[in-house]
Design a binder for this molecule. Structure first.
Ligand code: NDP
Ligand code: 8X3
Length: 253
């Protein structure tokens, strides 16, 4: 993996930031995307200082197709050949019934998780096909395997990420480009703070009474898939804390 160029969306925190550090430790060059430049700088600086990584910051909102297209077009030549795309940017907003929740929040979730992932793929995969080399790693979720109460739209968005991954894998079967969908269970990140609109108590409660995964645990699985031999395609991984069986069955002390 040494010298490979990895583009990670949502790299300013959580799973995306942990992936950045893991790939930096493996000698990779990083293109880091997110909306918050300060957070991207923090990830980028840590990767440079701890691992001497080469880093290029590429801030844009994955919902903004024009900003995404312009940013990718304007990448310097030496950064254009992306070996691994990690489509990680994503979020849930609220935990309301489908008959009661906010349409604006749901539009944000759908535009980020589904359309953002699809747009990045559409723009970057043609170059991978041309070069005869590449890997798309989508961050799905256990939420995509089955709906749970209050999760309707988020679950649907992650089911779509799984289906987009499967469809892409079918489309690329006659190429050397690989497609992986990693589906984490509970990972302690900013995810719940975002979901509950900054309600710290409600967010902390999600991870009480058991040991959730850390973002670094998921980064390990992303690295495992990316660094597998070229003829090995890790198609899908469901990765849970040991005390979690389904999205809603978690053994808590
Ligand atoms: P975080 O909130 O820590 O990270 C999400 C990242 O996505 C942030 O850095 C955020 O940065 C970025 N992001 C959000 N919206 C956009 C956007 N429109 N454009 C660009 N970047 C964006 O949560 P996680 O690390 O947990 O989440 C990462 C992924 O993992 C998500 O897809 C999530 O659905 C998935 N996941 C998380 C699980 C968990 O339990 N935590 C379990 C299963 C899957 P910024 O706001 O600066 O743009
Ligand atoms: C995040 C995990 O179960 O809260 O995707 O939806 S869950």
């Amino acid at each position: 993996m040494k010298g490979k160029t990895i583009l990670i969306t949502g790299a300013g925190s959580g799973i995306g930031a942990a992936c950045a550090m893991k790939f930096a430790a493996g000698g990779c060059r990083l293109i880091l995307n997110g909306r918050n430049t300060g957070k991207l700088e923090a990830t980028g600086n840590a990767a440079r200082e701890r691992h001497g990584a080469e880093v290029f910051l590429l801030p844009f909102d994955v919902r903004d197709r024009k900003a995404m297209t312009d940013a990718l077009r304007l990448l310097p030549e030496e950064w254009k050949e992306i070996d691994v795309l990690v489509n990680n940017a994503g979020l849930a907003l609220g935990m309301d019934k489908e008959s009661e929740g906010s349409l604006d929040d749901w539009e944000t979730v759908i535009d980020t998780n589904i359309k953002g992932t699809l747009s990045m793929t559409r723009l970057i995969v043609p170059g991978m096909i041309r070069r005869g080399h590449g890997h798309v790693i989508n961050i799905g979720s256990i939420a995509g395997d089955a709906a749970y109460p209050g999760g309707s739209v988020y679950c649907a968005s992650k089911a779509a990420v799984k289906t987009l991954s499967d469809g892409l894998r079918i489309d690329l079967a006659d190429t050397p480009v690989r497609v992986t969908c990693i589906k984490p269970g509970q990972v302690e990140t900013n995810f719940s703070m975002v979901r509950f609109h900054g309600d710290r108590k409600r967010a902390d409660n999600v991870y009480k009474g058991y040991r959730p995964l850390a973002a670094e645990d998921i980064a390990e699985t992303v690295w495992f898939a990316a660094s597998a031999p070229e003829h090995v395609q890790i198609a899908e991984m469901l990765v849970l804390p040991t005390c979690q069986a389904t999205a809603t069955i978690i053994h808590k002390e």
